[in-house]
Design a protein around this ligand. Structure first.
Ligand code: ADP
Length: 261
């Protein structure tokens, strides 16, 4: 549990980091725009133009350093895919999810479907489900029901025109459903965007669903949101089945499918 709590602390750190980067970046852009503006207004003095342009260039180089720092931070989040049984992962994760949603929310698990194994990074999968559970809790301030369910799903590629890379066919479907306030279409359409949030400053980072989307996409699957205002929201994760079945076929099902990192 300690390692997992660190995951949500990590998400918070990313939020603070990106907030800080955006601020530095804005300051540097202000310098660049200001200098270019002064050049455009009075371009006839070459010494002045050179001085202003040099100062703009210095600011642009610093901005490049700032983004490089952010990129190297995100590259450090290595992906370690394993062949896993999602029911098993979720069962191991039940207690933490219960604590994350608090006492006002009833949490139900439907994890008995016979599933093919999937290939994904277990740590990222857990972060994704935790992010979904926290969003569900926030959407049910007066309590409600959160259901975490797995089943065998099917994707029709024609229904997803923006993902030509996606294979049509059978997927393992993990859904996280709440009975909360739901989303307007305008929110739903933008919900996966990084930094998109409708929550108050300091409460939302807008990074939860973008982590979910990034993880599922990276794993070769698909995520979609179904939501109705006043009724609730269901986030569906379509996870690709693993080509590798050996671990699952082994008779000793006490074998650790998930190795400690
Ligand atoms: P954050 O939770 O920090 O705002 P997310 O990326 O997780 O960032 O979510 C983006 C937005 O999507 C939220 O601000 C909220 O408006 C909406 N949202 C996400 N999950 C739900 C949900 N279960 N019910 C209603 N709205 C949701």
């Amino acid at each position: 549990a300690e390692e997992r709590l660190n995951q949500s602390q990590k998400m918070e750190a990313i939020g603070q980091l990106t907030g800080g980067v955006a601020h530095d970046f804005n300051n540097l852009l202000t310098i660049i725009i200001g200098n270019l503006d002064m050049i455009v207004r009075k371009p006839e003095n070459p010494q002045r133009v050179e001085r202003l342009a040099t100062s703009a260039m210095t600011a642009a180089r610093r901005a490049a350093e700032v983004t490089e720092k952010l990129l190297s931070f995100s590259r450090r989040q290595l992906v370690r895919p394993e062949t896993v049984n999602p029911n098993r992962l979720l069962k191991d994760f039940q207690a933490l999810l219960r604590r994350a949603v608090g006492e006002t929310v009833e949490i139900r698990f439907d994890l008995d479907a016979v599933l093919d194994p999937v290939r994904l990074d277990p740590g990222q999968f857990e972060s994704a489900v935790l992010n979904l559970a926290v969003n569900a809790r926030d959407a049910m301030p007066n309590g409600g029901v959160l259901t975490v369910k797995t089943c065998n799903g099917h994707l029709d590629a024609a229904e997803i025109p923006d993902r030509p890379d996606l294979q049509p066919g059978a997927y393992v479907l993990v859904s996280v459903t709440d009975t909360g306030q739901g989303m307007e279409a305008a929110t739903r359409n933008r919900a996966f965007e990084p930094f998109f949030t409708t929550k108050d400053v300091g409460k939302g980072t807008g990074l939860g669903l973008s982590q979910v989307y990034g993880f599922v996409r990276q794993a070769g699957g698909h995520a979609q949101i179904k939501s109705e205002v006043g009724r609730g929201t269901s986030v569906e994760l379509y996870l690709p089945r693993s080509a590798e079945r050996a671990a699952e076929a082994r008779p000793d099902n006490a074998l650790p499918l998930r190795q400690a990192v």
